[in-house]
Design a protein around this ligand. Sequence first.
Ligand SMILES: NC(=O)c1ccc[n+]([C@@H]2O[C@H](COP(=O)([O-])OP(=O)(O)OC[C@H]3O[C@@H](n4cnc5c(N)ncnc54)[C@H](O)[C@@H]3O)[C@@H](O)[C@H]2O)c1
Length: 320
Amino acid sequence: MRSLRSILLTGGAGFIGSSLVRQLLKRSEVQCLIVLDSLTYAGNRANLIGPDRDPRFHFIEGDIRDGELVTRLLREFQCTGLMNLAAESHVDRSIERPGDFITTNIEGTATLLEAARLSQVSFLQCSTDEVYGPIDFPKYADESQKLKPSSPYSASKASADLLAQAAHKTYGQDIVIARCTNNYGPRQHPEKLVPKMIYHALRDEPLPIYGSGQQIRDWIHVEDCAQGLIATFEHGKSNRVYHLGAKFERTNLGIVRSILKELHKPESLIHPVEDRLGHDGRYALDPRLALLELKWRARIPFRTGFKEVVRELSQSLRPR
Ligand SMILES: NC(=O)c1ccc[n+]([C@@H]2O[C@H](COP(=O)([O-])OP(=O)(O)OC[C@H]3O[C@@H](n4cnc5c(N)ncnc54)[C@H](O)[C@@H]3O)[C@@H](O)[C@H]2O)c1
C-alpha cells in the first residue's frame, strides 16, 4: 500500500483536482498536501477556498514543465507520491491549437516522471477513456484494449500513459494509471458540456449541441472519481491501468434534456450545430478490475447526484 503522507498534486486548482484536494484532506494519513498549478484559464484559485485554510495544505503557482521546481518540491516536502492531474483538457481547444496539449500533457508528464524517478516517488497518472477512441455498442473496453485516440487531446493523453509505462519498464519506476470517464460536478469550467448548457439555459439562449447529440458517454460524479484516484494510488498494482467509470451511459442529448428538465426550461432551446471534427460516437469502460483489486466502485446515483450538481452550478452561473 502506498503512503499518502506527503503528496504533490498537480492541477489541483482545476475541476477534478479541486475535488481530489477535498477528499485527500479528509484522510488523517495525509500530513502534507502540495498543489502545484500554473493557473491557466482553466485553473481557478477560488476552487481551493476552504481547503486552503487547512494547515496541511500548500499552494505553489508553477508549471509542471519546470523540472527543477518539481524536483525541489518533492525533496523539500519529502513527498511519498506525485499525482498528475495537470493537463490541457478541452478537446475543442486541442483541435484548434494542439501546441499546449503537446507541451503540457506530454512533455509535462515526462518532466514529472523524471523528477519522480530522481526522488524515488510513486506516480499516479490521471488519464481518460478517450485514449481508446470509439467503442462499438455493446462492447466495453477492458484495460488491454488497444489505444486508438482520435483527437490531439486524446493522443496527448495516450502518449503520457505510454511514457509512464515506459518509465516503469526502463527504470523500474512505481507508476499507476487511472482512466476516468466523463465527470460531472461542482467547479467545472463553463466551457464543458454540463456547465455550458446550464449557462445558456439560465439565459434562455440556444443550447449548441454537436450534430445529432447521439454521442454516448459514461457519466461519473467527480467525488466518486476522486475517491477512485485515491484508491488507485493507494492500492493499485504497479504498472497497472484501472478504469474509473460508473457504467452509466447517456447520450449528450439525454444529458442536455436532463438539464432542461431540472431547470424547467423548454427543449425548444436545443440548437444542433455542426459536429466536432473526428467526434467519437461512444466511450464505454469496463470498471471491474477497479472493483476487484481496489475495492472501489462509483457510489453516487446519477439521479440524485446530477440534480444536486445542476442546482449547485446554477448558483454560480446565474446571470447577475
Ligand atoms: N473532466 C473529465 O471529465 C475528465 C475525464 C477523464 C480524464 N480527465 C483528466 O483528468 C485530469 C483533470 O481534468 P480536469 O477536468 O480537472 O481539467 P481542468 O482543465 O479543469 O484542470 C486542469 C488543471 O491543470 C492546470 N494546468 C494546466 N496546464 C498546466 C501546467 N503546464 N502546469 C501546471 N498546471 C497546469 C490548470 O491550471 C488547471 O487547474 C486531466 O488529466 C484530464 O485529462 C478528465
